[in-house]
Structure formats: C-alpha cells, structure tokens
Design a protein around this ligand. Structure first.
Ligand code: AMP
Length: 395
C-alpha cells in the first residue's frame, strides 16, 4: 500500500492520537463485553506505538449516545479490558476534549496509554465540525487512523483531524486495504465472489463493481429470489424486490456477455412461514409452491456453490445464504463458511453477518482475512474511496 504507515513516522516521545474502532457489542444487562475482536484487532498498532515509546491517546465511539454524555455508553469497560491485554498503564479520561482529557494527555509518560471518552458524546463528531477536529488534534502531535470499521464515515475523528496533524494509518487499516485491494486489483484466479443477505438494493454497487473483475459471481440469500423471478420462476412468498427485477435481468445478460459464470440457487429450503420452527421442505428453485417462502439454499446448491469456492484462487464473501439466525435455515451459510475454510486460495470475509457466522463456526483462523468493517468493507468492494482512508496521505 502506498499510504503513510506508522512505521514511516517518528513516534518516540510523541503524543499520538489513534482513532480505533472499539465499538464492541455489550450485554445490556451486565455491561460485559460479549465480543472483543475489535479490541484485539487494534492491538498490533497499539503495541507498536507504546513499545516504541509513544504516548498513546486512543479515541473511539461506542454505541449511539446521540451527541450527549451518557455513561451507559462510557468507554470505561473497554479501558478496563484493554489494561488486561497490554503491558503498560492504561488511563481512562472522563471526557473527550475537556479538562480531564487535556490534563491526562499532558501528563502521559512515554509508552503509556490514555483512552478518551466516547467521541460520539459530542454531536460535532459525526458532523465533522472543524473546531472539534482541531480540539482533538490539540491533544496530540501525530494522528493515526486504524478504525477500518468507521473508515467509510467522514467524521471529525476519522477524517477531519487529519487536516491538523501529520497522519498515518495503523496496521489494521493497512491489512484490510492490502488484502481487499489485492483481490480487486490483482486477484489469484479463479476469482469468485459470493453475495447474500436480504436486500438487492444494498448490494447493487458491489455487484456492479465485482462483475467487472470476477470469474464467477454467486448470488444466494434473500436477494437471490429477485434473480429467480427475473428468470421467470415463481418464487411464492419469498423476498422480492419488485423494482429491481430489471436490474437482475440486465445483470444476468451482462454476466453472460462478459463470460462471467453466474450461479444462483438450484434448490431451496422453503418454509410455510417466517419462523424458527416453521414447517419446511426442500424444493427445486423453479418449483417453489405459491404459499411457501424460500429461507435457505438447498443441499444441491450448497454443493454447487461449495465446489466453486473450494477451487477458487480468491474468494470474497458478503452476506448470509439464508435466515441463519434460525437453526433450521442456517445450513447454507454454514456450508459456505466450511467451503471457504477448505479453500487454499485467498479467502476474504466482508464483515457483518458473514464474519459473525465464520466466528461462531470456529473457522476464523482458516480464513485469509475476516474484515472488521461491515459497511466499510462493502463500500471498499464497491470500489468507493473511503473518507477515512482518503485522509491518510500517500507516501
Ligand atoms: P443483509 O443485512 O442484507 O446482509 O441481510 C442479512 C439478513 O438477511 C439476515 O438477517 C438474514 O436473516 C436475512 N436473509 C437471508 N436470506 C433470507 C431469506 N431467504 N429470506 C429472508 N431473509 C433472509
């Protein structure tokens, strides 16, 4: 990657403001962190900085405090956990750019860490107000962005602050961009993309961009039924995006003209109703009964998709194959995760539901890369420039 990285800048003795993505899920009742992946994903950058004598000032958002101080969304549980994961002292500031943050930032010793309070306690953060970005910048001498999960947002702490300080990216952003960038620019072939999830609308950008690059495009999940409908099949009560049937037709024609193999579900698990314990059966995709709905890909489709995935040089996956939240309709999503785990090529899981599925199934270590950003990875795969990455200067 040609962006300035933390290794390109002098950090010893410097106050380094690092935007991380510590927006971890928490148990509402106990306040316990239920998944600390986002904390551990930021550790390589944090460790590099404190081990090299920087005064590390971390900044993140957590949940949706809507621009007000609300201790329900305090970063305190995160700094407590972080302190257990690093070999240095971690301080927690009581505010973001106020007196406490200023005093604690000024008192930091080389190699110590300060975590600011939730940056979204200030409405100016999401509005990217320059004075607020400047106030953040005034706490430090160098700015590092390592929050891939919010890199698609032009906020004060993700982009605005870069106007006031020497700026570099951290290891996480570097890795996300390197792995997904290679897939888009110079993939090992065959290059297979597999897209699922509920809505065609959300995936149009990514489908259009990937169609120019892949050898095989696989479409599953709820959005596949709009394509089956476009082929002239009856889809019963399955999800349908009526307005996008034409898009689906055009896409199928374009894929054919380009020689891109387009795979759709050949069989489907249909259910009587949308429920975890609904009566269900397997039917061919062109024989979905009128009062049933498709909630997962069928076993023949698992094999069809799985073969393409296992033999790929590069696979990119975003979106579940069915209503995986219900055990009875999770088999298709599990089969895709298992095929990815078996594939010897570069396997990339776009964040969100697919990343969660891979994690739950214990396949995370078998993937080349599991992105920490759902929306951000989707925008990256769409070929869009992410503001948080655009703000980092080139070398
Ligand atoms: P998305 O946010 O677009 O990636 O969609 C994820 C959601 O799509 C999950 O909550 C799934 O339950 C849902 N989904 C996947 N397949 C289907 C389907 N066949 N019918 C209804 N919902 C689905």
């Amino acid at each position: 990657m040609n962006k300035v990285s933390i290794e390109d800048i002098a950090v010893k003795g410097k106050k380094v403001l690092v935007r991380v993505d510590f927006n971890v899920p928490m148990d509402k009742a106990t306040g316990e962190i239920t998944d600390e992946n986002r904390i551990t994903a930021a550790l390589p950058t944090i460790k590099y900085l404190y081990e090299n004598g920087a005064k590390v000032i971390l900044c993140s958002h957590l949940g949706r405090p809507k621009g007000e101080f609300n201790m329900k969304f305090s970063m305190a549980p995160v700094s407590k956990r972080l302190a257990e994961l690093v070999d240095t002292t971690v301080y927690q500031a009581a505010d973001v750019v106020g007196e406490d943050a200023k005093a604690k930032a000024a008192a930091l010793k080389d190699g110590e860490i300060l975590l600011l309070e939730n940056v979204r306690f200030h409405a100016e953060e999401e509005k990217n107000v320059p004075e607020f970005a400047k106030a953040l910048a005034d706490l430090a001498e160098v700015y590092v962005n390592d929050a891939f999960g919010t890199a698609h947002r032009a906020h004060a702490s993700t982009a605005g602050v870069a106007a006031y300080l020497p700026t570099a990216c951290g290891y996480l952003i570097e890795k996300e961009v390197a792995v997904m960038g290679k897939a888009l620019e110079n993939p090992d072939r065959p290059f297979v993309a597999i897209l699922g999830g509920a809505k065609v609308k959300d995936k149009i950008g990514v489908i259009n961009n990937l169609l120019e690059k892949v050898d095989t495009l696989i479409i599953g999940g709820g959005m596949a039924y709009t394509f089956l409908k476009a082929k002239g099949y009856e889809i019963g009560q399955s999800l349908l995006d009526e307005e996008r049937i034409d898009f689906a037709k055009e896409l199928m024609a374009k894929a054919e003209a380009k020689g891109v193999k387009l795979l759709l579900p050949i069989d489907t698990v249909v259910a009587k109703e949308f429920a975890a314990d609904a009566e269900n059966k397997i039917v061919m995709s062109d024989a979905i009964p009128a009062d049933w709905q498709g909630l997962d890909i069928g076993p023949e489709t698992q094999k069809l998709f799985g073969d393409a995935i296992v033999n790929a040089g590069t696979v990119v996956w975003n979106g579940p194959m069915g209503v995986f939240e219900f055990e009875a309709f999770a088999a298709g999503t599990k089969a895709v995760a298992a095929a990815m785990a078996e594939c010897k090529g570069n396997t990339i899981v776009g964040g969100g539901d697919s990343a969660a599925a891979v994690e739950v199934l214990g396949f995370k270590d078998k993937m080349t890369h599991v992105s920490t950003g759902g929306g951000a990875s989707l925008e990256f795969l769409e070929g869009l420039e992410l503001p948080g990455i655009a703000a980092i200067p080139n070398k």
